[in-house]
Design a protein around this ligand. Structure first.
Ligand SMILES: [Fe+2]
Ligand SMILES: [Fe+2]
Length: 497
């Protein structure tokens, strides 16, 4: 048995010169490298994290053993009976939006493992592919014990295979970043722009909230996942380095900018409401904005500067959105609550609102004014007035509602575009800009509301839309706390504390 140092560099560096096919056939550009760099240019690729298969398997085995033994030791059924309903909604939203996409991420890693021209990239991506298989399997397995107890947990398992709106939004994003690109673009967009920052939000930020909420199985599970992400997220930076050395700064920057913005928008609807509204007030570790500033703004800013890239051109727009977008997404999800597979927690009791005002000065005068009307209606026994009667305008890029600050700050507008006789609507300047970079990639897609208007959803009613999304009445979201937060004495809050 040789020592690792005696064979590792040779093994991680080995490339082949094809004799029976051309390089072009071995590495078709659409799958491999749309930049068209020669294989020799990729030979300097140096992945910062080096491991062997033997080491990898042994470490992963330990991680699985740790996560599974914590799960086995804790009675989850009991936990679920006692947990705050807002936290259960967090679990349902997380598992439905994430588990199957982890499996899809495995296919993206497989593309880099097969079509990356740098041997080191293929090596790292092989481990990345195994990581993502683990993430898919473990996040389907852990919540599976709740399937018999709660139809929404059952629904979460099939969410990604439905036409539910949040599932469409998640698929549209991830298909663009991971499954509809060449290996090098995947390395930039998935591993560098998405995994090195945003997965920290979902897997470390949420793990902190989970531990606070007493959900140690979940906290342990997602921290274990993040240790893998932190490793395979390092595939992208050395690829970017090579692109910059070969004069592809503008194209590389564009891919980073597209992926970063698109990821932000999905996190504003998935993670924002969870952190600032669903997690019981007494258990909130930090606000969503504070987590974003720590994990995304600071960290991402440092890594792009280290590489010699620029901040995305829309940086100021992004910083401004940190104060606003997820509040609007939350309001929209709560309002259209029958259309999601979890029970949104309003998080709008008086103490909740004080916290929001403190974390987001001006909240009461903007978003709070919408919640004033909802609260008033509920106090008057008019639940019927708290449900939607119209469709939202949906962004043709994010597939999420187009929104802006209400009340005194009024900032609602859309960003339209005519392309080949069709009108598209976008929720922001960056969303429209992304479409303009490569219109044919996106032009054919129809949002859920486009489908509704085109007559594909029949009958054209809320009931018809729910049937189209595959949601049966018992599975549709309801207010997580049965509106108790709206009453003057707020018993729901006392329970949460
Ligand atoms: Fe993953
Ligand atoms: Fe990953």
């Amino acid at each position: 048995m040789l020592k690792r140092a005696d064979w590792y560099d040779l093994a991680r560096d080995t490339n082949w010169t094809p004799r029976y096919v051309t390089t072009e056939e071995l590495f078709p550009p659409q799958m491999s490298d749309t930049f068209g760099l020669a294989p020799a240019a990729w030979e300097s690729y140096d992945e910062p994290y080096k491991t062997t298969y033997r080491e990898y398997v042994s470490v992963q085995r330990e991680k699985d053993a740790g996560a599974y033994s914590v799960k086995a030791a804790l009675s989850r059924m009991k936990f679920c009976e006692q947990a705050d309903p807002g936290w259960l909604s967090t679990l349902k939203a997380h598992y439905g939006a994430i588990a199957a996409q982890e499996y899809a991420a495995g296919m993206a890693e497989a593309r880099m493992a097969r079509f990356g021209k740098a041997p080191g990239m293929r090596n790292m991506a092989t481990f990345g592919m195994l990581d993502e298989l683990r993430h898919g399997q473990i996040q389907l397995y852990f919540p599976h014990e709740f399937v018999a107890q709660d139809r929404q947990f059952e629904w979460a398992h099939r969410a990604m295979h439905t036409n539910e709106w949040a599932a469409i939004a998640a698929r549209h994003l991830f298909a663009d970043l991971m499954n509809g690109r060449d290996a090098i673009s995947i390395a930039i967009m998935l591993t560098f722009a998405f995994e090195s920052g945003f997965t920290n939000m979902q897997f470390l930020g949420l793990a902190a909230d989970a531990a606070e909420a007493g959900d140690f199985s979940f906290s342990n599970l997602i921290s274990s996942i993040q240790t893998d992400e932190a490793r395979h997220a390092q595939i992208g930076a050395p690829a970017l380095k090579i692109l910059l050395e070969n004069g592809f700064q503008a194209e590389a920057q564009k891919r980073v900018d597209i992926a970063f913005w698109r990821s932000w928008r999905l996190f504003s609807v998935l993670t924002g409401p969870i952190m600032d509204y669903y997690t019981p007030l007494a258990r909130r570790e930090s606000s969503f904005k504070e987590f974003m500033e720590e994990w995304i703004v600071g960290q991402f800013d440092r890594s792009i500067r280290d590489l010699g890239l620029d901040r995305p051109w829309y940086w100021d727009i992004f910083l401004e959105e940190l104060n606003e977008t997820h509040h609007g997404m939350h309001l929209g999800v709560w309002y259209w609550r029958p259309t999601v597979w979890w029970n949104p927690a309003a998080g709008a009791s008086t103490p909740d609102r004080d916290w929001l005002e403190q974390k987001y000065p001006g909240w009461n005068d903007t978003w709070g004014r919408c919640w004033d009307v909802i609260t008033e209606n509920l106090r008057n026994g008019r639940e019927d007035l708290t449900f939607p009667e119209t469709l939202p305008v949906i962004c043709n890029m994010s597939n999420l509602p187009i929104l802006g600050a209400p009340g005194s700050k009024w900032g609602c507008r859309n960003y339209p575009l005519e392309y080949k006789g069709r009108r598209y609507n976008f929720g922001s300047e960056p969303d429209r800009w992304i479409f303009q970079q490569e219109p044919e990639r996106y032009a054919g897609h129809m949002t859920l509301v486009d489908r509704f208007v085109a007559g594909l959803v029949q009958p054209p009613t809320l009931a018809g839309a729910l049937a189209y999304m595959g949601l049966a009445p018992e599975e549709c979201g309801q207010d997580a706390h049965g509106y108790r937060w709206a009453s003057a004495d707020e018993p729901s809050l006392k329970k949460a504390i």
